[in-house]
Design a protein around this ligand. Structure first.
Ligand SMILES: NC(=O)c1ccc[n+]([C@@H]2O[C@H](COP(=O)([O-])OP(=O)(O)OC[C@H]3O[C@@H](n4cnc5c(N)ncnc54)[C@H](OP(=O)(O)O)[C@@H]3O)[C@@H](O)[C@H]2O)c1
Length: 180
């Protein structure tokens, strides 16, 4: 089994994000994840079995205003994991995408988002998210959105236009939104 979970976020507006900061997000979330997945999946392929859980996010379903680079990396992973799953469908390797919503971890502090609404609100317990991901991995599911509130949010992304989703995200993630 491989749990490709390492990742980092980055808040604030893109024009004020340093090149090295957003490059690190892309390098970790996309390049690092793909490098790891490829090397391990090649070994699994030689054995004819394996299970891989890739941590994407419901953030990948939403144009993530004030978190634009991060959300783009998660859109990449949400898409990549389903595509790879279907490439590998006859290989004995199963790929599952875990799509959490806001979760109580170090993520928002590291992303400099503690002054945002999403960064300061009560969030889902990480053990619940991990349990959802593990169960889906064992069952060989294509993807799992962790928690019923996030399932509703994920459903809404199919209904609302991207512009409305981006404006809703502003309310959650813009700097200082914790106090509004
Ligand atoms: N928290 C949320 O609301 C949320 C929502 C959706 C998806 N996610 C995703 O969940 C995953 C885990 O994040 P988290 O919420 O648990 O945040 P976290 O508490 O900040 O943990 C991030 C984890 O990634 C590891 N990591 C970061 N950069 C790394 C690198 N270059 N090489 C190796 N390991 C690295 C960290 O290791 P160290 O501690 O050793 O640095 C840590 O174990 C990420 O992919 C994130 O995008 C989080």
């Amino acid at each position: 089994m491989l749990f490709a979970n390492a990742g980092r976020g980055l808040g604030r507006d893109f024009l004020h994000q340093a090149f090295g900061e957003w490059q690190r997000v892309i390098d970790t979330n996309i390049t690092g994840t793909l490098r790891l997945v490829q090397v391990i999946a090649q070994q699994m392929s030689a054995r004819g079995k394996g299970k891989i859980l890739i941590t994407g996010s419901i953030a990948g379903l939403i144009p993530g205003t004030y978190q634009a680079v991060y959300s783009g990396t998660k859109a990449f992973l949400d898409s990549f994991s389903v595509a790879l799953r279907h490439e590998l469908k006859d290989s004995g390797i199963s790929i599952t995408c875990l799509m959490p919503g806001a979760t109580e971890t170090e993520f928002f502090r590291r992303a400099d988002m503690l002054d945002t609404k999403v960064g300061s609100m009560k969030k889902q317990a990480p053990a619940e998210v991990a349990q959802s991901g593990y169960s889906a991995l064992i069952d060989g599911d294509e993807k799992v959105v962790a928690g019923w509130k996030n399932k509703i949010q994920a459903f809404m992304t199919n209904v609302l236009p991207d512009s409305a989703l981006a404006e809703m995200h502003t309310k959650q993630a813009s700097p200082g939104s914790a106090n509004h």
